[in-house]
Design a protein around this ligand. Structure first.
Ligand SMILES: NC(=O)c1ccc[n+]([C@@H]2O[C@H](COP(=O)([O-])OP(=O)(O)OC[C@H]3O[C@@H](n4cnc5c(N)ncnc54)[C@H](O)[C@@H]3O)[C@@H](O)[C@H]2O)c1
Length: 323
């Protein structure tokens, strides 16, 4: 088995999870670690006996890599991807893949022209219960769904709209992508929000929102997001209403089908984040990306939906995505 040599741009919390998974995979070598915060790059390099960089261009010039993981905050995307593509390397990009639709589309075009393997961090797509949901939905008539991502307020760049894009773009994007995976493409988005629910003043993102989405297939859905809930019910998942019953997906935990015949429960069992990384590494090794469930160009479409939702919040208008 040939060794896949890996570099990292961004060595924060989420990259650390990938590193732990990847270091346990046979035939991978974690070689180079770049972060704009030098100590973070050095810590990762120490952990995995690699080399640290603060400039990704230097890392790409000096190291002999096969693939790069890009796990940085939403506002920092663009230049790292372009550099990795120019270096002709495969890339795994964390969601949301960009904050700018036009630049993301250009990068997708560059990926296509360069013919490189890409994957993104929409991990729900690798869940066993999501496979089951697809199976259950295959011959059902779906009316609509309600989606939820409800919890508290994380810290740091997440709280700044210009850096994270807000909760819908940064977090609920997982559910938006899952809705696309299950129901297809969206033609129209309209969003409402409210602020001023938390006493802190060190954030400028919406604390509650609802995004309504009309799908090409006729299905529609409303996705609720909340980051003001400090106690009580925290709920994330999708409730899907069908002509012969309902399907309840609880985020990364379970799937319940309720029909006139009874109630059936499936619990999530597979190591889906590891499978996401393994699928990417195998694709890089073989040159066959057909098993990757969320390549870059597809993830751009999910980012476009939350960017459109933000646009709707600003303008008060529904955004037509077919134009
Ligand atoms: N798929 C998932 O379930 C999942 C989970 C958590 C986070 N994420 C995503 O991962 C990304 C990173 O999140 P995190 O929680 O690790 O944040 P983090 O702040 O812990 O890490 C981000 C790191 O990127 C570094 N950085 C910023 N710009 C850079 C640049 N140009 N070059 C090199 N390094 C740069 C920062 O210094 C920081 O160390 C976000 O997009 C987030 O949405 C995905």
């Amino acid at each position: 088995m040939s060794t896949v040599k890996l570099g990292f741009i961004g060595t924060g919390g989420n990259a650390g999870r990938h590193m732990r998974d990847l270091s346990g995979l046979e035939g991978t070598e974690l070689i180079a670690f770049c972060d704009v915060v030098e100590e973070k790059a050095e810590k990762a390099a120490d952990n995995y006996n690699g080399r640290a960089y603060t400039d990704f261009n230097q890392m790409l010039t000096k190291e002999d890599l096969d693939a790069v993981y890009i796990s940085i905050p939403p506002f920092a995307h663009g230049a790292p991807e372009r550099a990795v593509i120019k270096a002709g390397l495969a890339m795994f990009v964390e969601k949301p893949v960009h904050m700018d639709t036009q630049d993301a589309r250009e990068i997708a075009q560059m990926v296509d022209e360069a013919g490189i393997i890409t994957a993104t961090g929409y991990q729900e797509r690798y869940l066993d219960i999501v496979d089951k949901a697809k199976e259950l939905l295959a011959d059902r008539r779906v009316g609509f769904f309600m989606g939820y991502w409800m919890g508290g307020m994380p810290g740091r760049w997440w709280r700044e709209k210009a850096k994270s894009g807000g909760q819908v773009h940064e977090q609920t994007t997982h559910e938006i992508d899952l809705a696309r995976y299950l129901f297809g493409e969206v033609t129209r988005v309209y969003a409402v929000d409210r602020t001023g629910l938390l006493p802190d003043t060190d954030y400028d993102i919406e604390e509650a929102s609802a995004v309504s989405m009309q799908f090409e297939s006729g299905v529609f859905g409303i996705m609720f997001s909340a980051c003001f809930i400090q106690a009580g019910m925290r709920r994330s998942g999708l409730d899907i209403f069908c002509q012969d019953g309902s399907i309840e997906y609880r985020l990364r935990k379970s799937l319940t089908l309720s029909t006139a015949e009874g109630e059936y429960l499936w619990e999530a069992k597979n190591p889906y984040t590891l499978e996401m990384d393994r699928t990417f590494i195998e694709a890089v090794r073989s040159g066959d990306g057909s098993q990757i469930r969320s390549p870059y160009a597809d993830a751009v479409k999910s980012a476009e939906l939350s960017i459109a939702a933000n646009q709707s919040l600003l303008t008060g208008q529904a955004i037509d995505l077919t134009e």
